[in-house]
Design a protein around this ligand. Structure first.
Ligand code: DGL
Length: 285
């Protein structure tokens, strides 16, 4: 077994949204080791400009490359919509985004497709373009939902206010009589119970997380990068408060993770061995 096969897969999001992709990785690729990064000091990404997102993504990828990851999954629709194409030309790493796998899954489900996402993803039209490139007959309604990510990150999923906000965001999609709803932000799977209670059961829900992981599995096969040894425990890092992330993510991970704090941009001085774990992080909880 080569070192490159045993290296971690890097996945990142602005916060806890990427945990929905992590959960899929645990299910579909249990033998892979993961490096998870949440850019919690700078969330929400969804209200930021494309220049800011591109800069953050470059910083994260530079750090992950330095850490020796063998592949990166952008577990973030906003980054996938605004930065994926550019950084793919800049980094010598396989980098996967969630939009194309999500769009492919959506057209298999229906023709009247609603997409809920961050305002930045909605404004980019990335989902509409990807869906209509696959199926020009498909109709797409995109709704930017600026309040969802802050509410999820504040652990307010079951607040009556969150339900009211969700109702408001879904209203135009219900009026448009969509048959399929795409979670165009990785955070939104955490809202599934609320969204399901507001939608008729005839509407299919598409979570791109499961399809991006399927695509990652295929890519690892093609590149000969699959690991067959037992996985290392997941390494979690954030740019904001590790304690907050550990507390919030416990609910979905069913265990309290150890979380390091990383300050970006990290300016690497020398390359390190891909399997070497860095011990110079500023904080671990
Ligand atoms: N979860 C991310 C996404 O899929 C980012 C959300 C945010 O920080 O606004 O877009």
């Amino acid at each position: 077994m080569q070192d490159s096969q045993r290296s971690r897969i890097g996945i990142f999001d602005s916060g806890v949204g990427g945990l929905t992709v992590l959960r899929e990785l645990y299910q579909q690729l249990p033998q892979e080791s993961i490096l998870y990064f949440g850019d919690t000091a700078r969330l929400p990404y969804g209200n930021r400009s494309s220049q800011e997102i591109l800069q953050y993504v470059r910083e994260i990828l530079t750090w992950m490359e330095w850490e020796g990851v063998k592949m990166v999954i952008m577990a973030c629709n906003t980054s996938s919509a605004l930065a994926l194409e550019t950084v793919r030309q800049e980094f010598n790493l396989p980098i996967l985004g969630v939009i194309l796998p999500g769009a492919r899954a959506a057209v298999r489900q229906g023709r009247r497709i609603g997409v809920i996402s961050t305002p930045a993803t909605a404004a980019s039209n990335a989902y509409r373009d990807a869906i209509q490139e696959i199926d020009p007959q498909a109709q797409v309604w995109q709704v930017g939902c600026p309040e969802f990510v802050p509410l999820i990150e504040q652990n307010r999923i079951y607040d009556p206010y969150t339900r009211q906000v969700a109702q408001d965001y879904l209203q135009p999609l219900l009026e448009a009589k969509i048959d399929t709803l795409v979670f165009g932000c990785t955070h939104y799977q955490h809202l599934t119970p609320i969204l399901q209670s507001l939608l008729p059961s005839s509407i299919s829900l598409v979570d791109p997380a499961q399809y991006v992981v399927k695509a990652a599995r295929q890519e690892l096969e093609v590149l000969g990068l699959r690991n067959s040894l037992p996985a290392l425990s997941t390494r979690f890092a954030v740019s904001g408060c590790p304690l907050n992330f550990a507390q919030l993510s416990q609910r979905w991970l069913k265990t309290r993770p150890e979380v390091e704090q990383i300050q970006l941009p990290v300016l690497p001085t020398a390359p390190i061995h891909p399997l070497e774990r860095r011990e110079d992080s500023t904080a671990v909880f």
